[in-house]
Design a protein around this ligand. Structure first.
Ligand SMILES: *[C@@H]1O[C@H](CO)[C@@H](O)[C@H](O)[C@H]1NC(C)=O
Ligand SMILES: *[C@@H]1O[C@H](CO)[C@@H](O)[C@H](O)[C@H]1NC(C)=O
Ligand SMILES: *[C@@H]1O[C@H](CO)[C@@H](O)[C@H](O)[C@H]1NC(C)=O
Ligand SMILES: *[C@@H]1O[C@H](CO)[C@@H](O)[C@H](O)[C@H]1NC(C)=O
Ligand SMILES: *[C@@H]1O[C@H](CO)[C@@H](O)[C@H](O)[C@H]1NC(C)=O
Length: 374
């Protein structure tokens, strides 16, 4: 009987090793599983579950047809299980190019680096939700995704500068429901700049209907100092920041930009610039409320409604020469105690206020004006 034991053990090991079946779902729980995937799976036909808490390299894997996920198994083991990572580690693959499902990490504590330099397309959503220790993300070749959610309190570096297009009109959300594409930026951690992600001339209407929901880009108060926004055609967008955000409308390759709804700028935004490459900037309604902007140029080629209200630090407002051709402008200015409206720049004779030459639909101004303003 005793002699039988080693044989049983060997059989057990063999069975373990051959359990990776690239034609179905694959779970990686240890370095042996990772090695098996590296050596045997160019394509995984099902889902890839990452349930590993040590550095895991998947060079060799090129495609996952299902999802790549770490889901905290809250029901079975409680949230503590997911939190239990006493060391930090890296998940990487220098060959993975396509995930036809989602890339979802929920509470994947301990993962410090995600290194997928060849990853080009994630057809469904990318959700990096509360991976508390994640500092570095390399998606340097990512051009297509369905949706994107970022909630990464420790993030220091995000390589994602090639984003081109949303993959489809309908994406499956992590909770099983579907929605149109969305980008939710909740927490960018310690990132200093977020320009690369948003600067390209992405046109969300490539996949969108005109009746698209308005909230497809949501910035919870941003902590970065700069945002260069180069997307070309959008419904509405709201931007707020924790402090001191400079917003640049237009990116280096964006020539036209149009908001079909409201561009709403709120707390924390200190400056709004127009990128020099932008040739046409059209906004249906521009709202500046409770912002920290001091000197505002309204840099539009065409705008229908302008509301500038309750901006305590605002001192100067400019209507550029393009304003002469604004049609049926509805202008509403108020509650900005430091604002003095004047046709010329303070202390010079540079003209900063150009009234529309055609009809305006309404003008309401409650602010101090110089004698020669009207
Ligand atoms: C990828 O997913 C789409 C839709 O979810 C499906 O139609 C397509 O066949 C999938 N492609 C592969 C290679 O699995
Ligand atoms: C992971 O992050 C948590 C919370 O931010 C922190 O307390 C913990 O020390 C980090 N773990 C490691 C191994 O750095
Ligand atoms: C943010 O923008 C400001 C003003 O344009 C610039 O001075 C600063 O260097 C930028 N910071 C970063 C981190 O890009
Ligand atoms: C600017 O863009 C708007 C909206 O797309 C368009 O109606 C207008 O004709 C464009 N103006 C020029 C000069 O191209
Ligand atoms: C606006 O007028 C009020 C009342 O005359 C004055 O107290 C305030 O200093 C003025 N503000 C500016 C910015 O000129």
């Amino acid at each position: 009987m005793l002699k039988g034991w080693p044989l049983v053990m060997v059989l057990f090991a063999v069975v373990q090793a051959s359990e990776i079946n690239c034609n179905g779902n694959v779970a990686i729980k240890n370095s042996e599983d990772a090695k098996n995937v590296r050596e045997n799976c160019k394509t995984i036909a099902g889902n890839l579950d990452l349930d590993i808490f040590e550095t895991c390299n998947l060079d060799g894997l090129e495609e996952v047809r299902g999802d790549v996920v770490h889901r905290c198994p809250t029901k079975q083991q409680g949230l503590d299980y997911c939190m239990d990572a006493s060391t930090t580690f890296t998940i990487s693959s220098s060959t993975l190019r396509i995930i036809n499902g989602s890339l979802d990490f929920f509470y994947y504590r301990g993962v410090e680096k995600l290194d997928f330099p060849q990853l080009n397309k994630v057809r469904q959503d990318i959700s990096l939700y509360a991976p508390y220790n994640l500092t570095h993300v390399n998606f340097a070749n990512l051009e297509y995704f369905g949706s994107f959610l970022l909630n990464t309190p420790s993030l220091m570096q995000l390589q994602l500068d090639k984003f081109k297009e949303f993959t489809s009109r309908e994406v499956l959300k992590p909770d099983g429901t579907t929605s149109g594409p969305y980008v939710n930026i909740w927490n960018t951690g310690r990132l200093e700049s977020f320009n690369e992600f948003f600067q390209n001339p992405v046109n969300p209407y490539n996949v969108y209907d005109n009746g698209a929901s308005n909230s497809f880009v949501i910035f919870y108060p941003l902590t970065v100092q700069n945002l260069t926004f180069g997307w070309t055609r959008m419904p509405s967008m709201e931007i707020e920041a924790k402090s001191q955000l400079t917003l640049t409308l237009g990116g280096p390759e964006t020539e036209e930009m149009e908001f079909e709804g409201t561009l709403q700028i709120g707390a924390g935004v200190t400056a709004i610039n127009r990128h020099e490459s932008l040739k046409n900037l059209t906004v249906q309604r521009f709202d500046l409320k409770q912002s920290a902007v001091v000197d505002l140029d309204l840099p539009f080629n065409q705008v229908t409604t302008v509301v500038v209200y309750g901006n305590p630090q605002l001192r100067q407002l400019r209507l550029p020469s393009t304003a002469q051709s604004w049609k049926n402008l509805d202008l509403n200015i108020g509650s900005s105690d430091n604002l003095l409206l004047s046709p010329v720049k303070d202390g010079s004779d540079e003209t900063i206020w150009h009234w529309p030459t055609g009809d305006m639909s309404s003008v309401v101004i409650r602010a101090n004006i110089t004698a020669d303003f009207l």
